[in-house]
Design a protein around this ligand. Structure first.
Ligand SMILES: Cc1cc2nc3c(=O)[nH]c(=O)nc-3n(C[C@H](O)[C@H](O)[C@H](O)COP(=O)(O)OP(=O)(O)OC[C@H]3O[C@@H](n4cnc5c(N)ncnc54)[C@H](O)[C@@H]3O)c2cc1C
Length: 384
């Protein structure tokens, strides 16, 4: 193997996983360039949960306090019967999470979080408008070709390019992800809209019936923006892109018979979108040669456990640790070590999330939230 004095890493995709990888690798002293297909950041109408397992990585990245300041800090995750409103689970978060799991549990606007993560990447190393079209791993280096005709080279390439990953296609052959049979509706509602109701809008609550649910929470610390995301069975949609418009009428129909609080949320909805939920079976390999995958490129899942981005960010942190341990010229060993120390946990989360059982009834979530990636001993030989 040729040993280079200043090897460089290319990350394809600046989503939540790719952005975390960029910052962590740069902090560790690696030379990193990030290539993102979009021309600018967009603040899509969506919220996101971030568990203590991820906040501990944000601590390492130096953004924990800023994320915390912007976010809502629910004291509980409530699970409630969608029709009767009866409580099925009360999962303690708030101060309890801080004490027991070592960091806060927060909910936040996804665009605000992404902007903070992007801001942490070293200036001039993130290149927008670079859609990867082809790559050639010659053995000595990788040549990247983008759709705008430009080219770049790298010693290793991290595929953080999401569920339709081009890097995954290169490793395993082109294959569409599978439609799960469910869609997610997403809507943001202003706090002002809700003030007209004499109802309680809890900080973080999931309303369930047998085949569908609605997860609801605040996306800001000021609680001036409330968000819902659903899981509803739906025939497959035929369209290009990630989402289509839905409507208040469709929502009323899907949640007929649900609790008055849910009806009030639908009544207050101005814009709602519909996202087909797709996934893949666990991949037989996570890396080959100089290419390695992370996040949704590697283990996409239905989002019902609110840990998909969490797993992408954990991957980023573990991959950084492994590259630090071996040095970049020993990337093959680093990639094996990475898979050995990630596959079991990521696959477990993927399975539970796809089954949509997490926190439906009272249970101990410490295996997810209590996990501290930086306290894990790196072990070789865990791959299945
Ligand atoms: C409805 C819904 C709700 C969710 N809620 C949560 C939640 O509460 N908590 C949580 O942890 N997770 C949640 N998730 C899951 C989470 O969104 C994903 O798991 C996460 O975004 C994966 O991050 P990633 O960086 O791997 O991929 P992505 O976020 O998909 O980023 C991939 C990036 O790669 C870029 N890209 C793609 N192809 C190319 C190319 N050829 N060249 C260059 N760039 C490219 C894309 O533009 C994009 O920026 C939810 C998902 C959905 C659908």
């Amino acid at each position: 193997m040729t040993t280079k004095a200043n090897p460089c890493i290319a990350i394809i995709g600046a989503g939540l996983g790719g952005a975390a990888a960029a910052t962590l690798l740069q902090q560790a002293g690696f030379t990193v360039n990030v290539y993102e297909q979009t021309t600018e950041l967009s603040r899509i109408g969506a919220g996101i949960h971030i568990g203590p397992n991820v906040m501990k990585i944000f601590r390492q990245m130096g953004i924990e306090d800023r994320v915390s300041l912007m976010a809502s800090h629910p004291d509980y995750w409530f699970s409630r019967d969608g029709e009767t409103g009866e409580y099925m689970a009360r999962i303690e978060l708030g101060k309890y999470a801080l004490k027991e799991y070592g960091a806060s549990y927060i909910t936040i606007h996804r665009g605000d979080l992404h902007a903070l993560q992007i801001d942490a990447i070293a200036k001039d190393t993130l290149h927008f408008g670079k859609r990867l079209e082809a790559l050639d791993d010659s053995g000595d280096e990788v040549l990247l070709t983008f759709t705008d005709g430009t080219k770049a080279t790298a010693d290793i390439v991290i595929g953080a390019d999401g569920i339709n990953s081009k890097i995954r296609d290169v490793l395993l052959g082109a294959e569409q992800p599978t439609y799960s049979g469910w869609v997610a509706h997403r809507a943001l509602i202003s706090g002002e809209q809700l003030s007209k109701y004499k109802l309680e809008f809890e900080d973080c609550v999931k309303w369930w019936t047998e085949d569908r649910h609605m997860m609801v929470y605040y996306t800001t610390g000021k609680k001036n923006e409330y968000y819902y995301v659903t899981g509803v069975p739906h025939p497959e949609l035929d369209f290009e892109g990630s989402f289509v418009d839905s409507s208040r009428e469709e929502m009323f129909e899907a949640f007929q018979g649900y609790h008055p609080t849910v009806q009030a949320l639908i009544e207050s909805t101005e814009t709602v979108t519909k996202w087909p939920l797709k996934n893949r079976n666990p991949l037989p390999l996570w890396s080959r040669g100089r290419l390695v995958l992370l996040g949704d490129a590697c283990h996409p899942m239905k989002p019902h456990m609110a840990q998909g981005a969490g797993m992408a960010i954990e991957d980023a942190a573990m991959l950084t640790r492994c590259l630090q341990a071996t040095g970049i010229n020993e990337y093959k060993t680093a990639f094996e070590l990475y898979e050995d120390n990630r596959k079991e946990r990521a696959t477990r989360v993927q399975t539970v999330s796809n089954n949509n059982t997490f926190l439906k009834t009272q249970e101990d979530p410490s295996w997810v939230y209590g996990y501290d990636l930086y306290q894990q001993e790196l072990k070789m030989g865990n791959r299945s």
